[in-house]
Ligand binder design. Structure first.
Ligand code: NAD
Length: 475
């Protein structure tokens, strides 16, 4: 097959990207195929009767690699959902978990449905029935397979699914760990809702902390000096935009949604855009900016950093030659096709890959799962103890120096960490460590030329997976 004729499906793109990294690995015959193939995939179809008719829904759950249990990954509700999507997304989950040292295998699933066509009562019936189909076949359980939200699902669906599991297995004392991304009142984790967007922010902070990385990408100044376009203003995109704007003072110049995009070279007020979108349901009519009904033309607008946070395949062979950003930060899963990736690299554009950038969701899901299994909030035992220790330290210093500490310093030393502080600290540490590892591997592994971040990420992940799988070793 000629290079130009390479197919651009999601699954084939992931497969080509993994192949590229495998070139740097010595593996026994057949192991390459074993590392890419899905362990199992289930398809379920079930009827639901409402509105005077019966409708049949079809869903999937793919387990890419169960080398660690449970396997983990979101459930997507979208009209485009199919088995290939489930398999591609499940594979990304395996590599993501391995890269950021989360002890889970990879899975993903979803329903072919347009959730906007159904009311909440109908969505609840559909979701509980879908959950039942998966639970009965062992595709949801705290020990084996734990879903989380993805496109088209949220805390609400995770609560319904966890309750359905509990109804089927009331004897399982860990039933609450059957899903993650639940509402906090139902065993969810503070910081999970924002986690993927927060992880995007930490990934960018880690990148700019490494001055050589920013310089190589052709970016001047620090994160606060960058002009950013974000595609997708849902859970991931809106949180990332808000944190980068409010904490890092980056200039968000473009925001793109499914029904249009806005662009202002002077920078958008992210909070005001969120408020406007909440009230009007669309970005159209937002004052003082350029509006594009086909918002994705703005992917090609002038900016320093482009953050695709919507769906796979947003950057493809047709628009990749026109991307103006110096850095593409993949907050979505699979936003660059394999060909787009090659075109961007040939043009000297740096890509931070999905398996790293959007890992924040699964990292905090891991914290939630551990918290659910321990049946106790993080920090509950030590918080007051830490506070009194801090108080003693400040008092001792004041006694020795005969000076009183400023109130703000006293506050910050004495204050015991709350759960959200621990979650953010754990996530920040994970993103920094994974970046450091990718940065090191890129230089060491490539016989003279520097690897791209995606190949480095896959290489790290593949090595860890091979080490964890006795069935891939020659005896
Ligand atoms: P979401 O449903 O909350 O938001 C999706 C956004 O994308 C919406 O704003 C929608 O308007 C926009 N969009 C959809 N199609 C579009 C198109 N053709 N053009 C422009 N915009 C479009 O979904 P989400 O949870 O934010 O997930 C977004 C991406 O991040 C997905 O690839 C998902 O797999 C990935 N991801 C999500 C999480 C998570 O915790 N939610 C974790 C890891 C990765």
């Amino acid at each position: 097959m000629s290079e130009e004729a390479l197919p651009e499906t999601f699954l084939s793109s992931v497969s080509h990207m993994v192949d590229r990294a495998m070139r740097y690995l010595e593996l026994p015959d057949g192991a390459r195929h074993a590392l890419k193939a899905c362990d199992s995939v289930i398809q379920v179809s079930f009827p639901i009767s409402f509105r005077d008719r019966v409708e049949v829904f079809t869903g999937w759950r793919a387990v890419h690699s169960a080398h660690r249990l449970p396997v983990k990954g979101g459930l997507r509700y979208a009209p485009t959902m199919d088995q290939e999507h489930a398999e591609a997304l499940a594979a990304l989950m395996t590599f993501k978990c391995a890269l950021v040292d989360i002890p889970f295998g990879g899975s993903k699933g979803g329903l072919r449905i347009d959730p906007r066509q159904y009311n909440p009562w109908e969505m609840e019936r559909i979701t509980r029935r879908f959950a039942r189909e998966l639970i009965q076949r062992g595709y949801i359980s705290p020990a084996q397979n734990v879903p989380a939200p993805d496109v088209g699902t949220s805390q609400r669906e995770m609560a319904w699914i966890m309750e359905t599991y509990r109804d089927h297995h009331p004897e399982d004392v860990n039933h609450i760990a059957a899903t993650t991304g639940k509402p906090v009142e139902m065993g969810g984790m503070r910081g999970r809702l924002e986690a993927t967007g927060r992880g995007v922010q930490y990934a960018l902070q880690a990148f700019f902390r490494e001055t050589q990385a920013a310089r190589e990408a052709g970016l001047q100044g620090n994160l606060g000096d960058q002009r950013i376009i974000i595609q997708g203003f849902g859970n991931v995109g809106s949180h990332a935009a808000r944190f980068l704007h409010e904490d890092d003072h980056a200039k968000i110049v473009g925001i793109i949604n499914v029904d249009g995009g806005i662009y202002d070279p002077n920078g958008l007020d992210v909070h005001a855009v969120e408020e406007y979108l909440r009230r009007s349901g669309s970005l159209e009519g937002y004052p003082g900016v350029r509006f594009e009904r086909h918002g994705n033309v703005l992917l090609e607008e002038e900016c320093d950093i482009l953050i695709p946070a919507a769906l796979e395949g947003a950057i493809h062979r047709e628009n990749a030659p026109n991307i103006q950003a110096r850095l593409v930060v993949e907050a979505a899963n699979g936003p660059c096709t394999f060909e787009a990736d090659r075109i961007l690299q040939d043009r000297g554009i740096t890509i931070l890959p999905d398996v790293y950038v959007n890992a924040g969701g699964v990292v905090v899901s891991y914290f939630e799962w551990v918290r659910n299994l321990s049946h106790m909030r993080f920090g509950r035992m030590e918080r007051r103890y830490d506070q009194s220790q801090g108080q003693h330290i400040v008092t001792a210093i004041e006694m020795m120096t005969n000076q009183s500490a400023p109130e703000w310093l006293r506050e910050s030393i004495v204050r015991g960490a709350e759960e959200i502080d621990l979650v953010r600290s754990g996530l920040d540490d994970t993103m920094r460590e994974a970046f450091r590892e990718m940065h090191e591997v890129r230089e060491v592994e490539s016989n003279g030329h520097v690897l791209d971040y995606r190949t480095a990420a896959y290489l790290i992940a593949l090595r860890k997976i091979v080490r964890a799988r006795s069935d891939l070793k020659l005896i």
